[in-house]
Write a protein that binds this ligand. Sequence first.
Ligand code: ZN
Length: 103
Amino acid sequence: MTTLRKQPTRTCAACRSKDGKWTLVRVVRLPNGAGVTLDPTGKRAGRGAYICTSEACLTLAFKKGGLARTLKCQVPGSLEAELRTHFAGLPPAPPDVPETTPE
Ligand SMILES: [Zn+2]
């Protein structure tokens, strides 16, 4: 039995692991040099990058420059704090939710 997974996958800019779009947060480089901002809706125009909603990936994305590399531009350090605040406000991930339907 094949289970179709329609959820789009995105690659984390820090750990490069692929995950469902909804477990990653989108950061977008706005057009026309308008800067880089958090995009909680995932709908803003611009070049996007994704980061797992984990402290480890957040730190890595900034410290190792994965985020800047993915966006191909400078990322303001203030964005790290903004993301951290955003993560803190997210509902906790439900433990062990099966991704596939039981047979
Ligand atoms: Zn990650």
